[in-house]
Design a protein around this ligand. Sequence first.
Ligand SMILES: *[C@@H]1O[C@H](CO)[C@@H](O)[C@H](O)[C@H]1NC(C)=O
Ligand SMILES: *[C@@H]1O[C@H](CO)[C@@H](O)[C@H](O)[C@H]1NC(C)=O
Ligand SMILES: *[C@@H]1O[C@H](CO)[C@@H](O)[C@H](O)[C@H]1NC(C)=O
Ligand SMILES: *[C@@H]1O[C@H](CO)[C@@H](O)[C@H](O)[C@H]1NC(C)=O
Ligand SMILES: *[C@@H]1O[C@H](CO)[C@@H](O)[C@H](O)[C@H]1NC(C)=O
Ligand SMILES: *[C@@H]1O[C@H](CO)[C@@H](O)[C@H](O)[C@H]1NC(C)=O
Ligand SMILES: *[C@@H]1O[C@H](CO)[C@@H](O)[C@H](O)[C@H]1NC(C)=O
Ligand SMILES: *[C@@H]1O[C@H](CO)[C@@H](O)[C@H](O)[C@H]1NC(C)=O
Length: 341
Amino acid sequence: MVIHDLLLKVVVLGALLVPFHNYKAEADDLMTKPGCRSSCGHLVIPYPFGSSDSSSDCRIDRPSFIVYCDDSVDPPVPYLTDKSINLQIRDIFVESHEMRLIFWTGQDCYNSSGYDRSLSNYPWISLPEFPFSSTKNKFTAVGCDTLAAFQDRLGRFSFGCMSLCSSDLDVINGSCSGIGCCETSIPRNTFNYNISIMSFSNHSNILDFNPCSYAFVAEIGSYNFSVGDIKQLKFKDPPLVVDWAIGNQTCEEAKKNSTSYMCKKNTNCTDAENGFGYKCVCLQGYQGNPYLENGCYDIDECADPTLNQCEVKCLNIEGSYAQRVITVMVRRVMEMDKDAL
Ligand SMILES: *[C@@H]1O[C@H](CO)[C@@H](O)[C@H](O)[C@H]1NC(C)=O
Ligand SMILES: *[C@@H]1O[C@H](CO)[C@@H](O)[C@H](O)[C@H]1NC(C)=O
Ligand SMILES: *[C@@H]1O[C@H](CO)[C@@H](O)[C@H](O)[C@H]1NC(C)=O
Ligand SMILES: *[C@@H]1O[C@H](CO)[C@@H](O)[C@H](O)[C@H]1NC(C)=O
Ligand SMILES: *[C@@H]1O[C@H](CO)[C@@H](O)[C@H](O)[C@H]1NC(C)=O
Ligand SMILES: *[C@@H]1O[C@H](CO)[C@@H](O)[C@H](O)[C@H]1NC(C)=O
Ligand SMILES: *[C@@H]1O[C@H](CO)[C@@H](O)[C@H](O)[C@H]1NC(C)=O
Ligand SMILES: *[C@@H]1O[C@H](CO)[C@@H](O)[C@H](O)[C@H]1NC(C)=O
């Protein structure tokens, strides 16, 4: 009787703590639907993004989610729209709903006869669905006779910064603080820009150390100003971070149509705070791709000591973890029964 009771308790405890075996396969496989191209060069292409040469089931039906892969070079190079626009994709992040693009820097140059058209160029960009990250990017200008502006292409607003200096000795190396280099942040809900760069006096007295002004939007941390950049900017291919989300509905609106709603099992939905649409995220304790069937898999907290506080044997359970306490409990139960006798 006592033995039976004891077994029952152990069985019940055991049942509560069945270790959970997740279906985590290779990380890349989990990011893509079966049979779909999962990478282009160094880029992993996670669903809902898909390669232009895969079937349309491999991605959602939006032009911005198509990755164009140039396989004629080695390694292949991924582009956001077709190659003619020359907007390379460096990374696509599902968890943070960001994408890192490679853009170019603008410059406004002068020589002794004035404006030098042949060296000048003013970048512009227009993205139909993805806004620039207002928290990850900065607008920066470099020069000593420089007024640089970030303009909305529809002419609704513009902002920028200015830097004037008469000698490169005044420029503070390493700090973009207004002398030789100035910077400002980017507003939310911006999908396009023209960069324009102007001078006050054609760089006329500073041509020897600063013939050009430069301006670009780039990921914070990707560029450190150095005094040598006044003469010739060494920063090429600035990374630019954009935010992405699904469609243009809020979570609440999107949930009403279960056919088109994209968030799968073990996910939660959040509204985009920059731009439009909603974002699916794996629930706490899960990771992976929330847009794929069974894409969010359990995190094995036991495998990573920073994710658990276990002192004795750790047991991974679905969505969480537990210590292996059965042996301790059994001993307690036995002691209690002995007292009862
Ligand atoms: C300055 O640049 C312009 C246009 O690029 C060119 O035509 C002119 O010859 C240049 N002047 C000098 C002095 O190099
Ligand atoms: C931005 O640049 C485009 C192309 O260069 C031009 O057509 C447009 O007028 C510019 N917009 C503004 C506000 O300057
Ligand atoms: C700058 O150069 C242009 C010609 O390229 C000239 O028309 C203009 O007057 C010059 N401005 C100054 C302030 O030197
Ligand atoms: C810029 O400087 C910071 C601090 O000095 C450094 O951590 C970072 O790696 C530098 N970034 C680049 C792109 O050089
Ligand atoms: C400015 O700083 C960079 C690195 O931070 C260094 O390589 C360079 O020599 C410095 N230049 C001067 C003039 O101090
Ligand atoms: C939302 O997106 C759909 C198609 O994706 C489009 O037809 C519709 O006009 C958009 N609505 C708004 C308010 O932007
Ligand atoms: C729900 O979404 C599906 C797929 O996009 C669409 O065909 C259908 O018309 C939508 N239903 C409603 C009620 O909007
Ligand atoms: C889902 O997210 C909302 C806020 O976006 C939060 O209030 C809610 O608690 C979350 N649900 C779960 C199950 O994490």
